[in-house]
Design a protein. Structure first.
Length: 463
């Protein structure tokens, strides 16, 4: 069958002075946002057409475009407590420029919150985790890290929490306060706008709830902030929601690999024509850049992972391999900063053929994750709830799965057992992004290695 992975932001004098100050700050803001725009342009070039990634880029672009028209924007003077509609593009003081441009700015948009709130698997799992374990919240003090629109904080309050601190670094905190008030929960839920690293509370908390997971679990590195909150603010015996996480790897059939290889070849052909024309028309020889251009384009087309919506029939292994398992009540930042030298083993289906009779090949590795809401040893949940992002015939969550394309594709006839090493490391230039490296060999189920295939290795970037 064809791929299914396409199923797929005085009085007058004082007023004049204040207005002048606002305009001055706006002028400075224009320069800052323009700088952010240049940072976005430098750091978001990638191959993937991931819906979530694409939408984040579009939001960032809109932020920049709106910032360029700040002369006509509606400003608040702060005296009436009404925030400007464009404050979403204003960087909070405690967030550095690059992190705001690459990460925080998009979460200030309601459209992005809506994207997450529309994910029924996500919403149902978190709602059930709170609703079915009300005893874990009743009379407790709760901290919601990265509250966004405030939904998790409000569910905790509805379950009987005594106090809920809802922390949000972006302008969405302003919207969350309005939503909390509209739902009559302002007496329990206190929305605090700051980075959790800068948070100050008057008391320790019993429960930390957060939806921190990124693509393939770790992308975005938001769990770093959750760990800071846990280590600083959670009482001994407190509980994390979710409490556990696992990462999985499998192999899939996909027609995207050949498609991407064709796109790479077309790009290289266009380059060759460009080099020839530049030489003929302008007397400049650029052929010395052929190798550099090919490396650049190969990384663009084949060495970046991509969001996908995998149908279960694309899976070529009976069981996925568990790459990592985390107890979120106990793990450290070092545990999640990198996965190094993880031994993995996948067994492909043998004698698996398509309708045409051709051998079905593995065109990509695929990764996804689960999280579990089980409480802690001291305060276990009465009803354990799981949220999975595994391939589903009904469609993917907004996290989807990550596909790591392989060219040439893997043939089961060359050895049905794929075994090797898996590394997942943070990118030096952006700590919120990761690179994945896999080295592997193929062998028979009886353990005979196919030496003619040798060892293969590929590095992919998770953008």
């Amino acid at each position: 069958m064809d791929d299914v992975d396409e199923r797929s932001t005085n009085g007058d004098a004082r007023g004049t002075t204040h207005e002048t100050e606002i305009k001055t700050n706006v002028s400075r803001g224009i320069s800052r946002v323009r700088a952010l725009g240049r940072a976005i342009a430098r750091t978001t070039t990638t191959t993937t057409t991931t819906p979530g990634v694409r939408e984040k880029r579009e939001a960032a672009t809109r932020a920049i475009e709106r910032a360029m028209d700040l002369d006509s924007m509606e400003l608040s003077d702060g005296r009436d407590g009404v925030a400007s509609k464009d404050m979403v593009v204003t960087k909070p003081k405690d967030i550095d420029d690059a992190d705001f441009a690459n990460y925080f700015c998009t979460y200030g948009y309601l459209y992005h919150q809506k994207d997450m709130l529309e994910d029924q698997s996500r919403m149902t799992a978190y709602h059930n985790a709170v609703r079915l374990n009300a005893d874990s919240f009743r009379g407790k003090v709760v901290l919601d890290v990265g509250t966004g629109s405030g939904v998790l904080a409000m569910w905790a309050a509805q379950a009987g929490a005594k106090k809920v601190y809802a922390v949000e670094a972006t302008h969405m905190a302003v919207q969350a306060r309005k939503i909390v008030e509209a739902n009559g929960l302002s007496d329990v839920v206190e929305v605090i706008q700051c980075k959790v690293e800068e948070l100050e509370l008057p008391e320790k908390v019993d429960v930390i709830i957060s939806e921190w997971m990124g693509y393939f679990l770790l992308r975005e590195s938001m769990f770093d902030s959750v760990l800071v909150a846990r280590d600083k603010w959670m009482k001994p015996g407190g509980a994390m929601f979710p409490s556990h996480a696992k990462m999985y790897l499998s192999a899939i059939k996909t027609n995207k690999t050949e498609q991407k290889k064709q796109e790479l070849d077309e790009s290289l052909n266009v380059w060759d024509e460009f080099v020839a024309n530049t030489s003929n028309n302008y007397g400049i020889d650029l052929s010395c850049m052929n190798g550099e251009f090919e490396d650049e384009q190969r990384e663009h087309y084949l060495n970046c992972s991509a969001w996908c919506d995998i149908h279960p029939t694309q899976l070529l292994c009976a069981k996925p391999f568990t790459l990592a398992s985390f107890d979120l009540n106990k793990c450290t930042k070092a545990d999640i900063a990198m996965l190094r030298d993880v031994d993995f083993k996948l067994t492909l289906f043998e004698r698996n053929s398509s309708a045409s009779g051709e051998e079905v090949r593995a065109g990509a590795f695929a990764g996804w994750f689960d999280v579990t809401f089980a409480g802690s040893e001291a305060n276990p949940c009465e009803n354990v709830v799981e949220l999975t992002t595994a391939p589903d015939a009904n469609g993917a969550t907004h996290w989807g799965q990550q596909a790591f394309y392989i060219h040439p594709e893997i043939r089961p006839s060359d050895g049905a057992v794929i075994a090797g090493k898996f590394d997942m490391l943070r990118r030096k230039e952006n700590q919120r992004l990761y690179s994945v490296r896999m080295n592997w060999t193929q062998s028979t189920k009886e353990g005979k290695r196919n030496d003619s295939m040798g060892q293969r290795g590929i590095v992919w970037h998770i953008e």
